[in-house]
Design a protein around this ligand. Sequence first.
Ligand code: PLP
Length: 393
Amino acid sequence: MTEIDWDKYAPETQAIRVGHRRSAEEEHSLPIYATSSYVFESAEAAALRFTGQESGNIYSRFTNPTVDAFQQRLALMEQGERCVAFASGMAAIMAVGMGLLKSGDHVVCSRNVFGNTILLFQNYFGKFGVSTDCVNLIDLVAWEAAIKPNTRFLFVETPSNPLIEIVDIAALAKIAHKHDCLLIVDNVFCTPILQQPLTLGADIVLHSATKYIDGQGRCVGGAVIANNDIIDQFIYPYLRTGGATMSAFNAWVFASGLETLAVRMQAHCDNAFTLAKWLEQQPQVLKVHYPGLKSHAQHELAKRQQSHFGGVVSFELKGGKDKAWQLINATEMLSITANLGDVKTTITHPASTTHGRLAPEIRALAGIKANLVRISVGLENVLDIQRDLERGL
Ligand SMILES: *Cc1c(COP(=O)(O)O)cnc(C)c1O
């Protein structure tokens, strides 16, 4: 059989077709390779594998066919050369830090990233002599001003959580490269279906596969996508030694998740857009944060940079924390959980959950107020979601 050139195919097709090397059993569906090790034909063959002179499976901490299928699919969908999967999204971020940083280095991080990301950089990398400065995601002047001679990379999440703010990836990549830094983009909210940061100039893309890639809230996993150079020098050697490996079972769930990602993202976005417009009309709602709305400060940028506006909506209520908790507690169907990207709609109060461990002044700078509620809009009928919110409005 001739080797197919998958680069020519669209992401929807790549997501379904790439990565499965059919075994001697001629199975149609990707198998779960539940094996920790592999058998070599001879001592000589084993030696060639271990030195890397011959490619092939060695040990499932760093080579597994099911994990590899997932990696190949996601790499192509992001238009990257390679992908390395990790045990979680945080493990993927940890790998980027461990691979790229050394004592004395500096990181510029968006103030509006996943709470644990800031804690990882400040509390843990900070212990080993890496300093981190946080800047306002949308302020390009502040990004450039924060860069120092020892800055290794800029780290950004766009759209951000929970305020769904957006930064111009191409403009930020230019700033990073002008100062010899790398740009790292956490692409969890958009997935490669809505936005491909590498095509806009980013150097590394990160995922928590736990969210939309799984899509049904079952497994925890993560991934790093970049060119061969970055993966070979900094990421893959760290996986092999550091060992925060994705399991074959989880990779199998995520690989099938990718197969339906395009249609799910379309449906998530449609439901979220409908809900955002509806929320904007509710008298008890002070402000809705959704880039599809004309009232959103980066609406034009969102239209240009993304193919749709995403599945997460957040909004501020008239009143404080009591009103937010009241609304959350009044729902009967929505899941009160901080997870997102699930077919089930989830509702959360960021100030007391995902961002609760941040120092109050950092939380305030990030704009996460006590009256803020975040919804990850699922695939239930949107009228049912509205009715559930109406109970507490
Ligand atoms: C959840 C999440 C992470 C962390 O991923 P885990 O799989 O939970 O470790 C990182 N970034 C973003 C944007 C997330 O939503």
